[in-house]
Design a binder for this molecule. Sequence first.
Ligand SMILES: NC(=O)c1ccc[n+]([C@@H]2O[C@H](COP(=O)([O-])OP(=O)(O)OC[C@H]3O[C@@H](n4cnc5c(N)ncnc54)[C@H](OP(=O)(O)O)[C@@H]3O)[C@@H](O)[C@H]2O)c1
Length: 256
Amino acid sequence: MNTVLITGTTSGIGKAFAEKFANAGNNIILVSRNKSKLQQQQIYLQSHYHVSVKYISCDLSEVHAANVIMDKISSMGLSVDFLINNAGFNEAGYFIDTSLEKELDMIQVHIKALTALTKLVLPGMIARRYGHILNVGSTGSYMPCPCDAVYAATKSYVLSFSNGLYQELKGTGVTVTCLCPGATETLFADKADISNTLLFKLFVMQPETVAAIGYKNLLKGKRTVTAGLYNKLLVLSAKLLPTAIINPIAQWMVRS
Ligand SMILES: NC(=O)c1ccc[n+]([C@@H]2O[C@H](COP(=O)([O-])OP(=O)(O)OC[C@H]3O[C@@H](n4cnc5c(N)ncnc54)[C@H](OP(=O)(O)O)[C@@H]3O)[C@@H](O)[C@H]2O)c1
């Protein structure tokens, strides 16, 4: 039975991932900040799917969060077979107006905690010649996003890091997949006050669908996967068109 470590499980895509992995008979370690939601999720998943579910209440914007998580996991006598680096949030708006504190926290969560967790689980996976890592990027990984500049930059890191690591790990039995969702109906847009933008009106996917796409491609050991046809077309346009054209379109979608 595999043990799956998932960050950001109390809502949205991470919650759907937890359900998907539990349904497939895996043991789960849930990580988020909200302890009471984690406790409820543990009870629900254990009683519905009859798998072992542990939780670690932790703020991934804290500098040593990844070490704290991995120390707790080794004191539980567990090792990680699957890592889903999913936790994240947005701070949208003109850079001159946005909160620097939130943006630095975002860099810590999306980049530093994701990198540290990956670094800490890899030696065990490589020694066992078995493991899958999935990093949640975004369609924003493929293009600069005016009025969401820091968010898109962090997600570009996630994609670039995952792509590089994928190649390094060939032949080790360990794979890294970068899942790039577009607008998805979770708490994400409300928290960032962007649910009324064109981006979230045009084409919005359900978190269960996004997690199912990620799950399937993770098991296949795919390098990258963009969720949904509309998002695939968006990413293709961003690859083909110059930034001078993509920039105003991206801004229009986040500000309209
Ligand atoms: N929804 C979209 O349109 C969309 C599009 C592209 C990419 N994504 C990416 O998908 C991932 C999941 O987002 P979502 O849409 O499912 O959003 P969500 O519903 O807001 O869920 C985010 C999860 O991350 C956790 N989290 C946030 N900050 C954290 C922190 N500092 N420490 C620990 N946990 C933290 C939250 O739990 P607590 O608050 O309990 O800590 C929650 O469980 C993110 O990486 C996001 O960037 C989302």
